[in-house]
Design a protein around this ligand. Sequence first.
Ligand code: IVH
Length: 670
Amino acid sequence: MVRADKVTEERIKKLREEIHYHNYRYYILDSPVISDAEYDRLMRELIELEEKYPYLITSDSPTQRVGAAPLEKFGTVRHTLPMLSLENAFGEAEARDFDQRIKRFLRMDGLIDYVAEPKMDGLAIEIVYEDGVLGAASTRGDGVTGEDVTQNVRTIKSIPLRLQRGESIPRRLEARGEVFLSLKAFKELNQQRIRDGEPPFANPRNAAAGSLRQLDPKVTAGRPLDFFGYGVGMVEGRSFTSQWEILTALPQWGIKVNSLIRCYKGIEACIDYFRELEGRRRDLDYEIDGMVIKVDSLALQDRLGVKARSPRWAVAYKFPANQSSTRILDIQVQVGRTGTLTPVAIMEPVNIGGAEVSRATLHNQDEIARKDIRIGDTVLVQRAGEVIPEVVKSIPEERTGKEKEFVMTERCPVCGARVVQLPDEVAVRCPNTSCPAQVRESITHFASKGGMDIEGLGEKIVAQLVDSGIIKDEADLYYLTQEQILALERFAARSTENILVAIDKSKQTSLPRFLYALGIRYVGEKTAQILAEKFGSLEAIEKAFMEQLMEIDEIGPQVAASVTTFFAEKKNQDVIRRLLAAGVIPTPPISLGLRPLAGHSFVFTGGLESFSRDEAKNKVKELGGIVSSSASRKTNYVVAGKDPGSKLARARELGVTILTEEEFKRLIGA
Ligand code: IVH
């Protein structure tokens, strides 16, 4: 092992402190004092030093946010003090009731000091700092025990790995607060998921919860989760007298607190602030669903105590929900790209939170049965944030008896084919791959931005082309003539030329785009990228067996089956053949992202502790590297274990990089 000298060790310490400080300026105070480039330079220097002296890496180093390997399942954590929930109050009268109850209980009159905080719509977590270093983090769970989400919480940039020393650091600090996703991040995440063929999250809270409960911290790291602290659990080595004091101490340690918290005398001031907050709600980049009112004095909190699972000293004063009722005029059935039949509620237009809503997906027939939704029903509809409207439930009391139950059609509403239901699916599907609806949807998908990206070829024009019978599949696009397009309604010489040029331009494409464009079930953009990188060519993917596909970590039996079935189908083979014949060239990716050791050769000498020699060799090969038995000038690394042989001396002579077992493990990400 190469040891660092004192000066270098000090430098590493200094860099860490500086970077922690700049993270704090950037993420917590939102007022950076150095440029991004300068920050990057510090970070790079630290990474380089840590790579050189890996034994000096500490868990609270700013480079160590994502490091852990995926888990099998989450462990559990018992909270030192239970994490309570809150009772709700709707409307001013219930807010005043809360205030009255407190005064009665305490036998006090006069104004109570309250803290008013936005009620974040995310999920509660507890993070524990010991001597200022982030240790365990857990979800609320049932309030007594939660799940250990430490590795995921470490990836949240606004949660410090180490506390700032603005105020003396308590020996143990259990900080509590809400993890959430900004509306911007939520929208981007959902767009990405739709492009990848994954179901979008219903709202930012589900997205935040889903992101935090990932077994692989790398996935969580890709989701820009955020955090606001709002309280503490047990604290050793520091005492507080009020909630306000807690809320002012947290940011000094580097734990972010919502800037919209206020301290007021009496309930009326809180109610005024509630109205103000309601007005400001739409300008916020995160969702809040009300205001939490807390008695400020911790001594009074103590006297008030807890009943059942919620404290007497706090209440969740909720905004009226973003819901409204309307009537379902009809339930229509839409046919998707893969033939899935989706029932859609057509409703009397209603305004919810400033947007007019007249359609909402009902997902499938089971969902309709579960919610007991009938045509003609009055239903409760909700729209959270920018989210797709959703039918929450029917209101049976409003029924007149004329409502009709929805029956899923036995025939496809577009082509009339008898629908099928696969044994493990709720949805029914139109099995006719030549169904005009499926053809239209497939070709639209083929031409879409993430696919072949044919500019100007949207849903409407595709429908015109398909309905007039000029094209029957994706390949036909590349054999279109000027006359054929000109004959369509609303097409002139200019627009015809534009379409033809765009189609021609799309011939130069990448293999991942091409694969995605084919519309293979379960193959979204991400999977297409992985397939292209792993197999390197279209032919290799076409010929791949289930087993080969499933050797790839990210690919399970469902995706593998879908890919092999797709390429086994004569019709698909024919479309691909004609696409290639027309001059479509899917270029394989050059990225070696998944074969990070490609082009690197390794020699092993001496015994390893964590692997057998064969395991280590396989690992290198899996990652694209080469293993040789003896070192030469072409060797990149010699991995030296216990009692290395003469190969080590030879490596030294040749000036080859020598790795310890630890360094090797780091290199392969073990
Ligand atoms: S205090 C005993 N403060 O609301 C106090 N909770 O229904 C318990 N929440 O699980 C929590 N913003 O997820 C508190 N400023 C805030 C909050 C807040 C959101 C959530 C939290 C909690 C739930 C309680």
